[in-house]
Design a protein around this ligand. Structure first.
Ligand code: FAD
Ligand code: NAP
Length: 312
């Protein structure tokens, strides 16, 4: 029986584990992939205090080293379900069930799919959701980036170091991305824009993507444009499949907490991108990790008092 089980080893989960294990609690952190979460898919991070600029995988490694120092136990595993047994929780993975007196959910979210023709067919053959992973395959090629948020615009800029041209396709005539990121894109000679435009279809041959079909939503004009790759950044979906039936999510699946990161189930906390909130950043994930790591300590102390009162 662990004092705390942390699900997910992104910046939120790693910070919570650090705080809880530094308070001498026994902590298990379960991660289905490589520790670091979305930071591993991010090229350059320049809004994390203390670093002018740092590569995402490097920050992941530094955070992981900090967590290890205080004795958190790390295991590889995919959490499939949580069962609330009152004074403890069961965390069900594929082969093993773990028991924890408290749980911190830090499972983050994933890139949303567009659902257009050709997207699934050409995934990994020209369609990508990760510029850091796949950008280098597209040297001197023409790329389409779909979306107008921070991810789309920032990753489009990143892709210009490989591609000959990057076209950002956005459904409105105004970007959602932060002003500083927008300004960099507008100043980049390799970046072009297709405003008020949606991607209707990804076209290819037997092997790879060869182009896209675009539609202007104002004029309804449809055209085909030659392209070698399509990078899709149209938002995020929460990774909360295992927790949907527990009543802690909203209709879209984001987990609802109070400002102390408590969900509606006593002893269950949620932090980072998986929460219903407006700003999804490494700094906010880390801050919430600190709050939850301290809150579980307070929760476990209060449980001890309740148990002592019962046995008196
Ligand atoms: P995540 O980083 O998503 O980590 C969640 C972890 O949980 C993952 O490792 C996942 O494998 C694991 N997990 C999920 N489900 C399970 C399960 N069932 N069982 C076990 N493990 C599970 N933010 C910035 O501040 N600066 C930036 O420059 C920046 N650039 C970005 C660029 C891109 C392309 C993207 C997509 C995001 C960027 N962000 C940036 C946002 C930032 O990466 C996230 O806000 C942050 O990583 C959220 O941390 P998290 O720990 O909540 O979730
Ligand atoms: P996002 O902010 O939700 O932006 C999604 C973009 O895709 C929007 O421009 C949206 O258009 C567009 N879109 C959504 N559905 C679409 C559809 N069906 N067809 C066409 N376009 C569609 O998502 P994100 O850019 O991935 O960012 C997610 C979070 O991570 C944000 O909180 C962001 O701040 C953070 N992040 C931060 C950084 C950084 O700080 N440097 C970098 C990356 C991400 P509309 O604008 O019309 O809605």
């Amino acid at each position: 029986m662990y004092d705390v089980i942390v699900i997910g080893a992104g910046p939120a989960g790693m910070t919570a584990a650090l705080y809880a294990s530094r308070s001498n609690l026994s902590v298990l952190m379960i991660e289905r992939g490589v520790p670091g979460g979305q930071m591993n898919n991010t090229a350059e991070i320049e809004n994390y205090p203390g670093f002018d600029s740092i590569m995402g995988p490097d920050l992941s490694m530094k955070m992981y080293e900090s967590v290890e120092k205080f004795g958190t136990e790390n295991v590889y595993g995919m959490v499939l379900d949580i069962k609330d047994q009152g004074s403890y929780k069961e965390i069900i993975c594929e082969d093993t069930t773990y028991q924890g007196k408290s749980v911190i959910i830090a499972t983050g979210c994933v890139h949303r799919k567009l659902g257009v023709a050709g997207e699934e067919e050409y995934a990994g053959r020209g369609v990508s959701y990760c510029a850091v992973c796949d950008g280098a395959f597209f040297r001197n090629k023409h790329l389409m980036v779909i979306g107008g948020g921070d991810s789309a615009v920032e990753e489009a800029i990143y892709l210009t170091q490989f591609a000959s041209k990057v076209t950002i396709v956005h459904r409105r005539d105004e970007l959602r991305a932060q002003k500083i990121i927008q300004d960099r894109a507008f100043a980049n000679e390799k970046i072009a824009f297709e405003w008020d435009t949606v991607l209707e279809e990804i076209i290819g041959n037997d092997m790879v993507v060869t182009g896209v079909q675009l539609k202007n939503v104002k004029t309804e004009a449809v055209k085909e444009v030659a392209a070698d790759g399509v990078f899709i950044y149209v938002g995020l979906d929460p990774l909360t499949e295992p927790f949907r039936t527990s009543g802690i999510t909203n209709e879209e699946g984001w987990i609802i907490t109070d400002q102390e990161m408590r969900t509606s189930i006593p002893g269950v906390y949620a932090i980072g991108d998986v929460r219903e909130k407006t700003l999804r950043q490494i700094t906010t994930a880390v801050g919430e990790g600190g709050i939850a790591g301290q809150q579980v300590y307070n929760y476990l102390e209060s449980m001890k008092e309740v148990e002592a009162g019962v046995s008196e």
